[in-house]
Design a protein around this ligand. Structure first.
Ligand code: PRE
Length: 102
């Protein structure tokens, strides 16, 4: 992902600069989560059962990959894994609602 900061971390003059960047980063992350959510809702079209919606094998491999990516990028992989597990459980609940509507 390309993120274009106004100030790089080392160029921030004060906490206001720091917090503006943090707000901008988090808004970008949440925008992308909302884009991700649209794909989740579209996924239910291709699923034949609630077991397909839950896709446990993909759920587990997807979490492992995020953990690996996080570790490679200097974050705590376990923390990111837990964060994604919580997030995607919410997405699965929404996908199940979408599946029930079709
Ligand atoms: O890959 C799928 O089958 C999806 O529905 C997407 C997704 C995800 O959010 O990444 C959601 C539910 C499944 O548990 C696995 C993955």
């Amino acid at each position: 992902m390309q993120y274009h900061p106004v100030h790089a971390p080392a160029e921030c003059h004060d906490m206001s600069d720091i917090r503006k960047e943090i707000d901008h980063i988090d808004y970008t992350v949440i925008q992308l989560l909302s884009v991700r959510f649209n794909y989740i809702k579209a996924a239910s079209k291709f699923k034949k059962s609630t077991t397909d919606v839950q896709a446990t094998e993909r759920f587990n491999s997807m979490l492992e990959k995020r953990k690996q990516w996080a570790d490679e990028l200097g974050l705590n992989g376990e923390v990111i894994r837990t964060l994604y597990a919580d997030l995607v459980k919410y997405f699965i609940a929404e996908e199940l609602k979408e599946f029930a509507r079709k």
